[in-house]
Design a protein around this ligand. Structure first.
Ligand SMILES: [Zn+2]
Length: 218
């Protein structure tokens, strides 16, 4: 199995939402979210193609509980595109909370894809906004670079990593999730549901130590 996890020119590393608000002390902290930063830094050295996503909301975003009178954090609303969980205000554009974790190394070659920038629609996935129809352009970007397989890690495992993984599969990429480089929010069993969903889609979950690249030490 180890051979299949050797990284090459047709592989990309998608690093999801490693931002201050999703780390301890942030407005929507994922427990132990900051622990993945050194793991992800080490992994990024193995890839020529790295894409980082950055949740990037305007004030008053539809996904914020504070935008809906009487609603509490983690309650839901029916948006025009389906059920939307309501979050604490997080990753507001140009705030410290929206910035990448200070210890995250960003390769010079990396693409930074901002998502959730429209007030009326959320975007968990790096490929589609939450209507599951509006494309971000990431598929075409990766295809233009000859990418066939995508390794995914980041925050949170059971939301933005999950949706990005599902959509990458739907877009016909091979997908591998590096689970020790992810952490979960775990709302009502969402982490277990994510593992089940990945299994049903044939998306393997691996350890970072098993991902290798020629000429790069583990
Ligand atoms: Zn968000």
């Amino acid at each position: 199995m180890a051979d299949t996890l050797t990284v090459g020119d047709h592989d990309a590393f998608l690093v999801v939402d490693i931002q201050n608000d999703f780390c301890p002390g942030g407005n929507l902290a994922v427990p132990h979210g900051d622990e993945i930063v050194p793991v992800v830094n080490n992994l990024m050295r193995k890839f020529t193609h790295v894409v980082l996503t950055q949740d990037w909301h305007p004030h008053g975003h539809l996904s914020f509980a504070s935008s809906h009178r009487g609603k509490k954090h983690f309650e839901t609303i029916e948006a025009s595109y389906g059920t939307q969980i309501l979050w604490p205000d997080h990753c507001v554009q140009e705030t410290v909370g929206a910035a990448f974790h200070a210890d995250l190394h960003i390769p010079r070659s990396a693409l930074v894809l901002r998502k959730g920038h429209r007030r009326e629609i959320d975007s968990y996935s790096a490929f589609y906004e939450n209507d599951r129809k509006t494309r971000t352009g990431l598929t075409e970007y990766l295809r233009d670079r000859g990418i066939a397989r995508i390794f995914i890690a980041g925050l949170a495992f059971d939301f933005c990593v999950r949706y990005s993984g599902e959509d990458a599969r739907r877009e016909d990429f091979d997908v591998i999730v590096i689970e020790d480089a992810c952490r979960s929010i775990d709302v009502e069993g969402s982490a277990a549901a994510t593992r089940d969903q990945f299994a049903s889609l044939g998306i393997p979950r691996v350890f970072s130590r098993d991902v290798t690249a020629e000429g790069v030490p583990r």
